[in-house]
Design a protein around this ligand. Sequence first.
Ligand SMILES: [Zn+2]
Length: 327
Amino acid sequence: MITLNRRLLLGGGAAALAAPSLMTRAAFAQAADKTMDIDHAMPPETHRFKLGGFQVVVIKDGARASDKPQETFGTNQPPETVAELLQANFLPADQFVNSFAPVLVDTGSEVILFDTGLGEAGRVNGMGRLVEGLTAAGYKREDVSIVVITHMHGDHIGGLMEGGKPAFPNARYVAGQAEYDFWVDPARAGTPAEGGQKGVLANVKPLAEKTTFIADGGDVVSGITAVAAFGHSPGHMIYRLESEGRQLVLAADTANHFVLSLQRPDWEVKFDMDKAAAAATRKRVFDMIATDKLAFLGYHMPFPAVGYVEKVETGYRYVPKSYQFDL
Ligand SMILES: [Zn+2]
């Protein structure tokens, strides 16, 4: 893995040096990213547990390493401060890994998929492995009866369509009304949201007629309720799951790094579209999760992406799940 990363890193760097004017910002960012764990002989990692009467399957759609964590997390902090916090948590200061964890919830009567990973666009980089993971876990794409979209960034909607057709042919869809309204608004043209809008027009809009658009407090099915958690994106929604007294919060992108975003919830994050609102939401949601001692699943937490938080002086300490749901 080290050899591979080094090769890709050098390759990206050399290309950037050779033709800086020919590379768009996006292409440069992509060259700087290093795909992790490319071994197509192995199915992607999956993790299954029971939540009361629900079966929950977490799938690793992919993971990628990037340089300069300080340019993504704590962007309003001195870079040394971010580096120190990483090192104090036994993490490298010069690189970080972002992983992607769509979740399937089988209630017994519905097979509900929350978010769809990077899809075919991610596959060139060894990601977009959701369907492969579902298959390994015993589900076909035809089995999915509802697809819920937490928000409409590319790493969540990328797998909705495949080859111009719905990737989950028997599914209906649930998404936040505010989120959809923002992205399809013609006013996005010529703004930083224009690229994201293209993704929504290509992957979400074709499915709009089969989509139920919901707001805060809306139910997907009995026991699965939406909670508005705006900030990361204008209509970002999280979901509370409850079955037979067991609870889990699907916190989506409320926090995007298990150390930097949780221990310092106020630090600004490049991916948060409204940074102040995202920080306020982070504190509101994780105060609730800590106070009620709830388990949560964060889309970008280290796989299998499920854990707890304890409130500490500056924020929250992440405690990964172990056998709590096996008993
Ligand atoms: Zn995301």
